[in-house]
Ligand binder design. Structure first.
Ligand SMILES: Nc1ncnc2c1ncn2[C@@H]1O[C@H](COP(=O)(O)OP(=O)(O)OP(=O)(O)O)[C@@H](O)[C@H]1O
Length: 262
């Protein structure tokens, strides 16, 4: 269970959120949606306990698996080292990782599909690979509260599916509490029991994902026309309506020209 009562965070004179009563029941998943700069990372960091509240109270489990949005570039750590760091809680103050810690880290790396990269220096991994390494680290903690900040932002479509599959698998145990922020409302619809929409006006609205993620609410959230499109046998697609391209190709130049192999 995660619970905020009358919680607020401000930077200088600007309140990012205020008078927030938030609870996420054990075994449930909450998605956070909001436009750029609205405060998703701020709220995520407050949930994890990395950012102190300016007012109100926070109640959360002491062990949280956290997948940050951006990670620095430690100079010398391997991918495996980065994941083993997630085991810090099991190590004690001066402990060094045991065989069991390494087994858990390897297991987590193979769950995210990066078993082959374990010895590679972390700084020589791509943005998407780093996101998966951070997911593996969160999984290796053994925490049953997992908080993820835009975990799919650098992932290709196959790895987005893998991420949704991994989180879905955790959900199926019924004991994991998951909070994730995202710019992909379809992921919220697919995975989250409930979604909280952080409106540009400052209002926070929350409800069951299937109900709250309406065209109207999404348009208010992002300020552009958006449609939820039924897909038979699958989660609805959520897409922005884009104008048709205004420019046609120059005469005699066909798209296929770009695909010629030399
Ligand atoms: N330490 C800080 N001091 C002052 N302002 C900050 C600080 N951290 C974040 N902000 C501001 O608070 C607002 C919310 O930032 P936050 O990173 O939480 O937004 P976000 O919703 O996660 O954005 P994005 O979708 O672009 O990642 C932004 O306007 C940001 O510039």
């Amino acid at each position: 269970m995660i619970r905020f009562a009358n919680a607020g965070i401000r930077f200088g004179e600007r309140w990012i959120f205020r008078e927030l009563d938030l609870s996420v029941a054990s075994g449930t998943t909450l998605a956070l949606l909001g436009p750029n700069g609205r405060g998703k990372t701020t709220l995520v960091r407050a949930i994890v306990g990395l950012l102190p509240l300016s007012e109100g109270t926070r109640d959360a489990p002491s062990l949280v698996g956290y997948v940050p949005q951006a990670t620095g570039e430690p100079i010398r750590y391997s991918v495996l080292d980065m994941v083993v760091m997630g085991r810090a809680r099991q190590l004690g103050v001066f402990g060094s990782p045991s065989g069991e810690d390494y087994r858990a880290a390897h297991q987590a790396l193979s769950t995210v599909g990066l078993a082959e990269l374990s010895e590679r220096p972390y700084k020589r991994t791509s943005g998407g690979e780093r996101q998966l390494v951070m997911l593996a680290r969160a999984l290796s903690t053994g925490a049953h509260t997992i908080v993820l900040d835009e975990p799919a932002s650098a992932l290709d479509l196959a790895n987005q599916s893998r991420l949704l599959g991994i989180l879905g698998e955790l959900q199926s145990h019924g004991t994991y509490t998951i909070v994730f922020s995202t710019h992909l409302p379809q992921h919220a619809l697919h995975l989250a029991d409930e979604t909280m929409m952080m409106m540009p006006s400052g209002r926070l609205i929350r409800g069951r994902s299937a109900e709250i993620l309406s065209d109207q609410n999404l348009e208010q959230l992002y300020g552009v026309p958006i449609r939820r499109v039924p897909m038979s046998g699958s989660t609805d697609a959520i897409v922005p309506l884009l104008d048709s391209p205004k420019h046609t190709s120059p005469a005699g130049h066909h798209r296929e020209d770009c695909n010629h192999e030399h």
